[in-house]
Design a protein around this ligand. Structure first.
Ligand code: MTE
Ligand code: HPA
Ligand code: MOS
Length: 751
């Protein structure tokens, strides 16, 4: 089934917040901020701005009726700065005016008096000063202190991994208005309608039942709207409350890039020990996470970094410690993979460094240590239904790894200017919110008396195709054609207390709830068929309800109306919570994930050793989709995740100056992958795996895992660089931009 949004997307009919028909009298809001990353505020002069044409009101922290607090995990983040600012771009208030351009003109007239305070942008420096968001956490397995003695090789090093800007095509935004009883309607481009509702309630001092948050779709979220859609929605609602007028707040791209957080940069130290036969016996890692100025989701992201510190490998002795360090950057936030990619990146860097030191191929070490059934991860989960070895073997065989190696070697022997490199990249990603409490969802299904069906869940469509999958679930359960089903927006009045659509679990959680709702409705319909029509067995298929035993059948619509006439409810609201999962943070042990997603990629690259530029020849992937319920949607997720990951690993470079000002604040200075960056060849094969009962229809979650195949992009380039310049001492510092590649090609170069 094709993505139900496809046609409207390509014809431009899909409606985003800024496309909504505007109510007469709508006002516009624009945030303003100090030109400093860390400062004590003395005075904000708004008089000139207030009297600027078209300006209605300016709101600051003193205009907040409730709490000036939007921190979702830890209450450490004011909506509007009070006495101090802690990062460049921290909102100090909003200007409300009759047009956006008038707000912009007024913004230029605001002046600030402040005393600058020391700015910290480096997580290690923050750690040194004791500036931590939460106490450090450590996951342990076995006894690494003992294990070092048995190691033939012990290698230490550091890895630095930069952040990543989300560049969702639709910038952050919201549109708010008041209803007749003073309750609030809020259209928000958020992955987390309930989080928005809760924050509005807290800041505006209005109970949650008076706030309706509605989300039709996002023009991309990628984690950037899991927590950070909230402030803009709260500001729009606050402005509507103050002016009693509809208010729209849509961030301009440069404000969005400047004012919102990104993927967390990490700086990590590692020590890895291997036996003679390349078994990894011990691994110790310390991660310094650059959290930015407030907690946001950093503690949860830190946790996932720890969960994925050993990627797809079984290592018997592990100590993994992580510090969440408070710096003067915008609060960094969720981004596809949620800290997992950073955790995996370090173990991969450790393996590559070990391989280079020992004089073997990294893939020999990788292959020798893949996780198997019965192995224990440092967080205590005993692995079942692992597909790490299967996906590796399939990739090795189907994509002829030996040939890749020979091809690369002989090319490099015969070429000077160009060198080729390759890397094998296995992944293993845990599916479930790491916070067990969040793994639940609800679905509301109405069958109308004409037989048409409408479905509401808390799932937010952001391009990942969750609505298409939900529609498939309802159509499949009822045995009716997809055209009889509609998926409604995520709306807090229909579905309450939702978790964000995140952790790749949107289709699993909401799909399972929806399946329960459909099952319950089918039971009622089946009872009518049995009691009133004499069916002995009831099957729902092909828009009919049939009794295979007696060959009786009735049209779906006719059974629906019969049920209605018997005064039986055709509506159902169902709840699903993932069974079995648990995690005890006091012990750092448990069974946090419903299941894991696996896969293996082989990446080949050609580097131009004169220019430092490179091009990916191919990425070939064996991916564990389980029993994919929509191959086209899932392929799109793998391709998109891969290319987004290649961007992170190779070209996207977030740069702040020492005063905490973002230098890469637009697409002219921040390079994201385009069609020319896409590998010449992408092959994606389905691993023949059993799937998981915790996945909807055994169709495994696919949103985030493929992002991590791109880690291999870095190592493939590094291999080519080494082929040109074998003696270079290379650090690990992602992204591997052409500039850095060029430097490495001629680092300690003898010719
Ligand atoms: N795909 C598109 N097109 N747009 C997005 O914003 N977000 C990713 C992934 N794929 C995203 C996407 C992220 S970060 C997550 S967690 C999942 O989709 C969320 O959706 P799911 O839980 O339905 O997979
Ligand atoms: N993934 C994504 N978002 C989350 C998670 C997670 O594991 N935990 C809390 N929010
Ligand atoms: Mo995705 S980072 O869990 O929104």
């Amino acid at each position: 089934m094709i993505n139900i949004d496809a046609k409207n997307h390509v014809t431009g009919r899909s409606v985003y917040v800024d496309d909504m028909p505007e109510i007469k009298g709508t006002l516009y809001a624009l945030p303003f901020d100090l030109p400093a990353a860390h400062a004590r505020i003395k005075k904000i002069n708004i008089d000139k701005a207030i009297s600027s044409p078209g300006i209605i009101k300016i709101l600051t922290c003193t205009d907040i009726p409730g709490e000036n607090q939007i921190g979702g995990v830890i209450p450490d983040e004011p909506l509007f700065a009070e006495d101090e600012v802690h990062y460049c771009g921290q909102p100090a208030g909003i200007i409300i005016g009759e047009s956006e351009s008038e707000c912009r003109q007024a913004r230029r007239k605001i002046t600030y008096e402040f005393d600058e305070l020391p700015v910290i942008t480096c997580p290690r420096e923050a750690h040194g000063k004791g500036l931590l968001i939460i106490p450090p956490r450590t996951f342990r397995l076995g006894n690494s202190a003992e294990a070092w003695k048995d190691c033939e090789h012990v290698i230490e090093g550091t890895a630095d991994i930069n952040g990543q800007e989300h560049i969702y095509l639709e910038t952050q935004g919201a549109y708010a208005w008041l209803k007749e009883d003073g309750s609030i309607y809020l259209a928000s481009s958020t992955q987390a309608p309930t989080a928005v509702q809760f924050a509005v309630s807290r800041v505006l001092n209005v109970p949650m039942h008076k706030i309706e948050v509605d989300t039709v779709r996002l023009g991309g979220g990628f984690g950037g709207k899991e927590d950070q859609a909230t402030p803009w929605a709260v500001m729009a609602a606050l402005a509507a409350q103050h002016t009693q007028k509809p208010v729209k707040l849509i961030l301009h791209r440069m404000d969005d890039v400047r004012m919102t957080g990104k993927r967390h940069p990490y700086s990590s130290d590692f020590k890895i020990g291997l036996s003679k036969d390349l078994k990894i016996l011990a691994y110790e890692v310390t991660h310094y996470q650059n959290a930015g100025a407030s907690a946001d989701l950093s503690p949860a992201i830190l946790e996932r970094t720890l969960f994925h510190s050993t990627n797809a490998y079984f290592i018997p002795n592990v100590i993994a410690t992580a510090y969440s360090c408070r710096t003067n950057l915008p609060p960094n936030t969720a981004f596809r993979g949620f800290g997992g990619p950073q955790g995996k990146c370090v173990i991969e860097a450790a393996i590559v460094k070990a391989a280079e030191t020992i004089g073997v191929c990294p893939d020999e070490i990788q292959k020798a240590n893949l996780v198997n059934d019965g192995d224990e991860f440092p967080y205590g989960q005993i692995m079942q239904d692992t597909e790490a070895v299967n996906s590796w073997n399939e990739a090795e065989r189907n994509f002829a790894l030996e040939e890749v190696k020979h091809r690369t070697d002989s090319f490099n022997m015969n070429n000077n200017r160009f060198k080729k490199g390759y890397a094998v990249q296995p992944i293993c990603f845990g599916i479930s919110f790491t916070n067990t409490m969040m793994n639940h969802a609800r679905a509301l299904v109405h069958i109308y008396k004409d037989g048409s069906v409408v479905v509401s869940t808390g799932a937010v469509e952001m391009g990942q195709g969750v609505n298409t999958k939900l529609l498939q679930v309802a159509a499949n359960e009822f045995g009716i054609s997809p055209s009889k089903v509609r998926i409604e927006s995520a709306n807090t009045l229909r579905i309450a207390n939702t978790s964000p659509t995140a952790a790749s679990s949107g289709a699993d959680l909401n799909g399972k709830a929806l399946k329960i709702a459909c099952t319950n409705l089918k039971e009622r319909l089946a009872n009518v068929a049995v009691n009133s029509l004499g069916f002995t067995d009831v099957k729902f298929e092909n828009d009919r309800v049939i009794d295979p035993a007696s060959n009786k059948e009735i049209l779906w619509e006719d059974l629906v109306i019969k049920t209605f006439q018997q005064r039986i409810s055709l509506s159902e609201h169902a709840h699903y919570a993932t069974p079995l999962i648990n995690f005890d943070r006091t012990k750092e042990k448990g069974h946090p994930f419903a299941y894991h997603v696996y896969g293996t990629a082989i990446i080949e690259v050609t580097v131009d050793c004169l220019k430092g530029i490179y091009h990916f020849d191919s990425v070939k992937i064996v991916h564990d989709f389980g029993k994919s319920m929509n191959r086209d949607v899932d392929l799109g997720q793998v391709e998109g995740g891969l290319v987004q990951g290649i961007g992170w690993m190779t070209m996207e470079e977030v740069i702040y100056d020492e005063k905490g000002k973002l230098l890469t604040n637009a697409l002219s200075t921040y390079k994201i992958p385009d069609i020319y960056s896409v590998p010449d060849e992408i092959v994606i094969e389905h691993l023949d795996s059993t799937g998981s009962d915790f996945a909807i229809y055994k169709s495994k979650a696919v949103g985030e895992p493929p992002f991590m195949y791109a880690l291999g992009a870095y190592f493939a380039i590094r291999k080519a660089v080494k082929a040109f310049n074998p003696d270079a001492e290379l650090s690990f510092n992602a992204p591997y931009t052409p500039e850095k590649v060029l430097m490495d090609l001629y680092r300690n170069h003898s010719q």
